[in-house]
Design a protein around this ligand. Sequence first.
Ligand SMILES: Nc1ncnc2c1ncn2[C@@H]1O[C@H](COP(=O)(O)OP(=O)(O)O)[C@@H](O)[C@H]1O
Ligand SMILES: [Mg+2]
Length: 443
Amino acid sequence: MRKSTQAILPMHSALTACLAKPVPCQQQASPVRCRSMSKLSNSRLALRSNEFLDSSRNSSAGTAANSGNGSNGNSSLERERTRSVTSYYNQSAIDAAAKKNSVRLTPASLLYSGRATDENYVLRSAQYLQKELPVRIAHRIDDFRSLPFIIGCNPTILSVHELYIRAFHILSDYPTVTNLAEEEQYSGVVRQLLDDHKDVVTMLAEGFRECSRHIRDPHLVRQFLDKTLTSRLGIRLLCEHHLALRQERPDFVGVVCTRFCPGDLIDSRAAHVAKLCQMKYGLAPAVKINGNRKAAFSYIIQPVEYIVTEVLKNAFRATVEHNRAKVGSLPEVTITVANNDVDFIIRFSDRGGGIAHDIATSIFEYHFSTSGKHSDENESFFDRVSESRSVGPMHGFGFGLPTSRAYAHYLGGRLTFETMQGVGSDFYLRLRHIDGKGDSFRI
Ligand SMILES: Nc1ncnc2c1ncn2[C@@H]1O[C@H](COP(=O)(O)OP(=O)(O)O)[C@@H](O)[C@H]1O
Ligand SMILES: [Mg+2]
């Protein structure tokens, strides 16, 4: 009973409990707490600079640690430990920002206000980001703090937590932008942060895989990952929209493409996936696109591109693995595009043998994968899946479908499937138009 309570104890209360009565590690009643605390202070997450700390760093908790009656070695250990812990929780600026609501924009409002030619729009967009980004990042930090203690202490997950804290302070301490020269500098900071955070999905995948045996409530982790990944998508879209406003690009207003053609996107992603598939298996199926092949309308490409790529990779893999032993050419993967006033639908049909009954309910779970061992055992998980590599992985990390489904929901749509065991599967991506009838999603 006691053990399970500790395992699900949210980080905040567990750490507060540790701070309330600092005692040397070997005297602590709970071995779980002791191990976790030393891991925390030893981790690369011991915060690296004062910029993470606000004025309350010399808190009563710090004083309490100083008054500990252990030897010099012990008390300096406690001090170090306490400082790294207080730096996570004595963050009044983060607490204040986390209490605010975020202001979400419709893609249509990005599209129409972004058309404004006066440079004041760029300035207003920067000022919106200045207010909005710290609030959204503070909400995410709040979620990291609410993770079960044993999960939140994982060094890789703590690294991401730290990245968010760092971004929060950089952005919220930034002086208000009042002219275009300042806006340019601010945009440079935003661009750098986008780059610093580009591997966050990979790191979260690695972190949660490392502590998977401690996960008692998969629902909680699913919720955390859905929220973190979709919120990250929204933050990146807002940033990229702002950065793109200054660029003259035909058929684009910021991040919104005014002539998005799903058929063309599928064509180019299929060529990319075919290359990956060739490298992995030495062969790849052909792709046939039918339906409203030429349909074009306003939409935001990035999330659709991600989903299309992931679903295509799965269809290619299933097709090759199911038909490899057969003589003759591989059955093609057929993609059908439908478009109407309300929404557009993409159906991916493969002859990859379908999805067995016993796993059909698991394929949207994070980390669920039927791919076997990875080809190069010497490569780290991070190297294998890093987004910064030019050629991504074909499969194997069990993030493709759950992330795609979370993105589809974020866009106000859905990703579903039908499967015919022994024959093949159909995946359906259905998304509402951003300037059609009815409400669209908000970024
Ligand atoms: N078209 C498909 N045909 C058969 N199985 C599929 C198909 N799409 C997905 N799956 C199953 O769903 C699992 C999870 O997919 P995904 O989340 O993309 O992770 P990964 O591709 O890394 O294994 C796959 O390992 C596979 O077993
Ligand atoms: Mg996949």
